[in-house]
Ligand binder design. Structure first.
Ligand code: DX5
Ligand code: ZN
Length: 221
C-alpha cells in the first residue's frame, strides 16, 4: 500500500489509545469510517520512556487490514529495525532525526525496500535539523507533544514549525502532525499547511469512533 498522494487531508487514527485487547476490531471500526491510513506508534523504552508494539503485532494486524500502515518509530536505532518492520507489513516508516546516524542512507534503504520514508522532529528540534533530508522524504512528521504518550496537550509553538516545513518541501510532500490533535487544534494545523492529522485520544476516547473522525474532518473543512 502507498501513502495517498498529496492534495487530500487525511485523518489518521493512532491506535496507541485503542483497546489493544481488541486491536483487530478497533482497526475494523476506523476502516468503516473511511480512513486510508492507521498510525502505529512503536516505542522502545529508550528513546522514549514507554514501550509499545513491534513487528510481531504489526504482522498479525497486517492480515486483518488493507489500510496503509504508517509506522512511527520512536526508537533509538531505527536503521537496525527498518527491515523487520517492512517485512511485518509497514508501508511507511517514520524515524526521528534526533537519533538518525545516516538519515539519507536510511531514506534510500527504505525506498529500496519498497517502503515510503518519513522524517520526524521533536518539539524542541529546530526545522533546520531536517532541512536537507525533508525533500527526500514522502512525508515529514511534526510532533506537537513530547513523544511517548497519548492524550497530552497540544503545543502551539511546535505546530508553527509546519509553516517552515511547508516552505521547504513544497506542495507534493505530505506533512503529518502528531500530538493533541482534536476538533480545536485540527483547523490550526491545517491552516499552517499540514495535510495528515494523527489523532489518538480524540478518536479512541469516544465510544463512537466514526462520529469522532467525522467531527475532526468537519472542524477543518
Ligand atoms: C505520541 C504518539 C502519538 C499519540 C498521539 O508519542 O506519537 O501518535 O498516539 O496521541 P494523541 O492524539 O492522544 O495526542
Ligand atoms: Zn505517533
Amino acid at each position: 500500500m502507498r501513502l495517498p498522494k498529496a492534495g487530500t487531508i487525511e485523518v489518521v487514527p493512532s491506535v496507541l489509545s485503542a483497546d489493544f485487547a481488541r486491536l483487530g476490531d478497533e482497526i475494523a471500526q476506523i476502516t468503516s469510517a473511511g480512513v486510508s491510513m492507521v498510525h502505529l506508534d512503536v516505542m522502545d523504552g529508550h528513546f522514549v520512556p514507554n514501550i509499545t508494539i513491534g513487528p510481531p503485532v504489526i504482522k498479525k494486524i497486517r492480515k486483518e487490514s488493507d489500510l496503509v500502515f504508517d509506522a512511527h518509530l520512536m526508537i533509538s536505532e531505527p536503521a537496525k529495525y527498518a527491515e523487520p518492520f517492512i517485512e511485518a507489513g509497514a508501508d511507511h516508516i517514520t524515524f526521528h532525526i534526533e537519533v538518525a546516524e545516516d538519515p539519507v542512507g536510511l531514506i534510500d534503504k527504505l525506498h529500496d525496500l519498497g517502503c515510503s520514508a518519513g522524517i520526524c522532529l521533536n518539539p524542541e528540534t529546530p526545522v533546520e535539523a531536517i532541512a536537507s533530508v525533508a525533500p527526500l522524504c514522502d512525508m515529514v512528521l511534526v510532533m506537537t507533544v513530547h513523544p511517548g504518550f497519548g492524550g497530552q496537550a497540544f503545543m502551539p509553538e511546535a505546530a508553527k514549525k509546519i509553516v517552515q516545513v511547508r516552505e521547504i518541501v513544497g506542495p507534493d510532500i505530505r506533512i503529518e502532525v502528531d500530538g493533541g490533535i482534536d476538533t480545536q487544534t485540527a483547523p490550526i494545523v491545517v491552516s499552517y499547511g499540514a495535510d495528515t492529522l494523527v489523532a489518538g485520544n480524540a478518536i479512541f476516547s469516544k465510544t463512537d469512533r466514526n462520529a469522532a473522525i467525522e467531527a475532526i474532518r468537519r472542524s477543518f473543512s
